[in-house]
Design a protein around this ligand. Sequence first.
Ligand code: URP
Ligand code: ZN
Ligand code: ZN
Ligand code: ZN
Length: 489
Amino acid sequence: GSSKILIKGGTVVNAHLQEVADVYVEDGKIVAVKPNIKVGDDVTVLDATGKYVMPGGIDPHTHLAMDFMGTQTLDDFFSGQAAALAGGTTMHIDFALPVKGSLIAGIEAYEKKASISCMDYGFHMAITKWDDDVSREMEVMVNEKGINSFKFFMAYKGALMINDELLLQGFQKCKSLGALAMVHAENGDAVFEGQNRMIELGITGPEGHALSRPAVLEGEATARAIRLASFVNTPLYVVHVMSIDAMEEIAKARQSGQRVIGEPVVSGLVLDDSKLWDPDFITAAKYVMSPPIRAAGHDKALQAALSTGILQLVGTDHCAFNSTQKALGIDDFRKIPNGVNGIEERMHLVWDTMVESGKISVSDYVRITSTECARIFNIYPRKGAILVGSDADIIILNPNSSFEISAKSHHSRSDTNVFDGKRGKGKVEVTIAGGRIVWINGELKVAPGSGKYVKMPPFSYLFQGMDKADAEYLRSLRAPVKREIISTV
Ligand code: URP
Ligand code: ZN
Ligand code: ZN
Ligand code: ZN
């Protein structure tokens, strides 16, 4: 594509401002945002009249080429990102896993995997055990590798799970580094018991997945992580909030002044668990993810929480497997690889579910799909904004056009799509990533190796003033905290 692009006549939407203006892009950066920009004929001109010009989506939660549950997720850093670009997402933050317990070996493996990238990306690092080496390697991640967030697993007993003692030490280390602690919040011990109970009862199908790890276990772990983060006085980010139970714990904590961020994912916002009872194994197994997709009602409550600011940004947890991989669990739901797609569908489904339905404004859409993620992970306004000097990651969305999701036409390598058949208003017609037009007229123009690694510095706005508050905060733990129960329904 061309390195000089003019987007004419659209409504430019930032989280803080909407204005009718032209956007001029040169060499990967936004150079001007104002009405009536005049250019020479070496510039590619895109007419955006009647359309929205917005920052490209940033997906805070993906698993590309991840070794997991005896297999590897199907989309790698090229196919997953190509799918993302076709759906209006121009950056993602993937969860790098340690290799043999080493964070350094882990990040080096992920640097290799990501060398085929066609859009910008960053990393969170998962912490799956705890010792002095891990603690030291966390310093290397933050100070040298550009990682400012660490995910702790309270579930996946025997594999990724760590206990409360180690969780506390991990939180403490995050705090000392100015890095954000993230949790997968499910009570892993209780899930293990629940799974055994299902097998004893002879429930071996995908519905056993939902029944063995109910919302109460997500609520419990969310509450526990929140209280442990409060004890350490460090910010906390709860990934894939799937239930009312978890969301209400986040609401309470935020109301009491605690810095807790809640991330719903698109599957939790728009799906319910009914398909898990489908008699056809594959039809049901493709919906298996953790925490599970919940009964109808949780989806609407999560939408409401997102629209009122109780939850702050939307991820996908894109973790694609095909039917053959899902069939690993044909005799035992515990062996079904956990994960669903979403990286290509998020921008469309959030638009349709939240904006088209009148729940949020277009500016709020930009905030929850892009800007807030950039702020939390400390890369704003390079990302998440259409401002002079920002990276030219831009989408043009036509609110009068429509989308339809199908496993046949999607860009993921999987043969299944949990959103298959969903349609709605609002279509991403153009995606510009790093100043290049990569998606236009239903065609992808992507090249492996064109995506850049985005280093994320520690100490985001979430940490501001927390050091000052420490001493006073610890004293305040002696006093009773008054908390009102709030209703989100
Ligand atoms: O089922 C899921 N969510 N798979 C991906 C791994 C994780 O826990 O995020
Ligand atoms: Zn998780
Ligand atoms: Zn995940
Ligand atoms: Zn597509």
